[in-house]
Ligand binder design. Structure first.
Ligand code: NI
Length: 174
């Protein structure tokens, strides 16, 4: 089932998400919620979505890159679910690249992000997962993790000079 995305200006988007109690993870209600998040991400053609973006400030985000019209150049990333994530940025430098957000429709901007990071979280079975990642996946994780802190990518831009509507992006920047 597809859920309604909330947009910048909705105060919930600025809340810090709360950890999910571990016993809750295996409940049918929570598993259904995860499936609804996946449906919502697919319907919106996103590469990631945090629970807070559908108005539920729980510390969960999911990421998946298939062939994606919004990000045609990126390699596929199989579906990943991160519950109660902890992120440690690795100090090997930053990269600047474009981001957009389903909660800030129609815009893109350049955001500096750490090139690589470690993430520890629980998966949908409640199992501990730990990954070290770099590149686009590291960028998407930092973007979604920001949502759990009540941040959006605009907060992480160095300035707003590259903020671009999608029609102008297609004309001038891609
Ligand atoms: Ni976003």
């Amino acid at each position: 089932m597809t859920l309604k995305l909330i947009h910048l200006g909705n105060p919930v988007l600025r809340q810090k998400s709360r950890p999910v109690p571990e016993p809750e993870i295996k409940t049918p209600q929570f598993q259904k919620f995860l499936d609804d998040m996946i449906d919502t991400m697919h319907a919106a053609e996103g590469v990631g979505i945090a629970a807070v973006q559908i108005g539920v400030p729980k510390a969960v985000f999911i990421i998946e890159v298939k062939s994606n019209r919004r990000y045609p150049d990126e390699a596929p990333i199989p579906l990943k679910i991160f519950i109660n994530p902890e992120v440690e940025l690795l100090k090997i430098g930053e990269e600047m690249d474009w981001e957009g957000c389903l909660s800030v429709p129609g815009l893109r901007g350049q955001v500096p992000r750490a090139k690589s990071l470690k993430i520890r979280a629980l998966d949908r079975a409640g199992q501990r997962v730990e990954l070290e990642v770099s590149g686009f996946l590291a960028r998407v994780i930092q973007h979604e993790w920001g949502h759990l802190q009540g941040r959006v990518y605009l907060d992480s831009m160095r300035g707003l000079e590259t903020l671009t509507f999608l029609d102008e992006f297609a004309r001038f920047w891609s």
